[in-house]
Design a protein around this ligand. Structure first.
Ligand code: IPM
Ligand code: MG
Length: 354
């Protein structure tokens, strides 16, 4: 028996709707396996700006810090996107959470589902069987380096220190050891000093992992390789900005952004969240795909070494796809699309009966 204290951060847009489905699955699995679970709900993003003027309030930080894990959904609201003068933005809440919880390693798996290959904008024979992890550094680089902006000049600083690079590369090498022992270090070492330090440190560390085949790839080349030959990759590790861009590209391989979960881990409580955003246009319509959120719950269990629990969720998701219990973004043409809550309920029912 395990005991899980979960901080739930539903956030904005479709966040609250998919959050309900994630929590439902979490509870069903805990009931099935005799685990105890408790939830503490906390505000973030635009919702928290509206309520208390801060996208990651102290009380939310406290709830996250005390929890075993955070189940995060999405933040973002169009009323801030089109206002470059806004002093606070929902996304700052996400960045504050990453920084304050020391979540330096963002694990984003890219996988395909056989029955959804036709949804990918790439040819099925290219994407079939693609299965890799992007490990994105999450608390350094341009996102957090010194910034300046006036009317005529602006800059962001892509600062990385040796300890920051070493700890994320270590995560990369360790995942490669657990998988197919192939690590690709993605950088722009032909132009950027920060990238040259990454590459130098990776070369220093590689001999300690003799079983891992380590290669180095410029980010522009990696962006091309990912769509030409996604099966080439096993584990890739890269800096914050490159990882942001490459993981959106990676999500197209699967066919829908609504399918990809992620885990952010580091010094404090780990966070599990879909890689997609808050899709404000769909807010309240009960049409958003809850699978990325539900698969984030699978990653949560796996993080705590509850492998069977994670595997059951993955089986339930596969079964729901086979049974056409799918939201509109991935439904077979001509078949009726299910709502967010119908897909969630289908998966909970499968778990109960398993
Ligand atoms: C992501 C998102 C965020 C990022 C935004 C919302 C700040 O795009 O998690 O990939 O850039 O990191
Ligand atoms: Mg992104």
């Amino acid at each position: 028996m395990k005991e899980f204290k979960i901080a739930v951060l539903p956030g904005d847009g479709i966040g609250p709707e998919i959050s309900v489905q994630g929590v439902g699955v979490m509870s069903a699995v805990c009931e099935k396996f005799g685990h105890k679970v408790s939830y503490e709900y906390a505000i973030c993003g635009a919702d928290a700006i509206d309520k208390v003027g801060d996208p990651f309030p102290e009380a939310t930080f406290e709830a996250c810090r005390k929890a075993d894990a955070v189940l995060f959904s999405a933040v973002g609201d169009p009323k801030f996107d089109n206002d470059p003068t806004a002093k606070v933005r929902p996304e700052q809440g996400l960045l504050a959470m990453r920084k304050k919880l020391g979540l330096f390693a963002n694990i984003r798996p890219v996988q395909t589902f056989k029955c959804l290959l036709h949804k990918s904008p790439l040819r099925a024979d290219i994407v079939e069987g693609a299965d890799f992890l992007c490990i994105r550094e999450l608390t350094g680089g341009m996102y957090f380096g010194e910034k300046y902006q006036d009317n005529d000049k602006a800059y962001d600083t892509n600062l990385y220190t040796r300890p920051e690079i070493e700890r994320i590369l270590k995560v990369g090498f360790e995942y490669a050891m657990k998988r197919n022992k192939h690590l690709t270090v993605v950088d722009k070492a032909n132009v950027l000093a920060s990238s040259r330090l990454w590459r130098q440190i990776a070369q220093e560390m590689a001999p300690a992992y003799p079983e891992v085949a380590t290669d180095y790839m410029y980010v522009d080349n990696a962006a091309m390789r990912m769509i030409q030959e996604p099966r080439f990759f096993d584990v890739m590790v890269t800096e914050n900005t490159f990882g942001d861009i490459l993981t959106d590209e990676g999500s197209c391989i699967s066919g829908s952004m609504g399918l990809l979960p992620s885990a952010s881990t580091g010094e404090s409580t780990p966070v599990f969240e879909p890689i997609h955003g808050s899709w404000p246009q769909a807010k309240g319509l009960n049409i958003a795909n809850p699978l990325a959120q539900i698969l984030s719950v699978a990653m949560l269990f796996e993080y705590f070494d509850a492998k069977e629990e994670g595997a059951l969720i993955r089986r339930a998701v596969d079964a729901s796809l086979d049974a056409n219990a799918r939201t509109g973004d991935i439904q077979v043409e001509g078949e009726k699309a299910c709502s967010t809550s119908e897909v969630g309920a289908w998966i909970v029912e499968y778990i109960r009966k398993a």
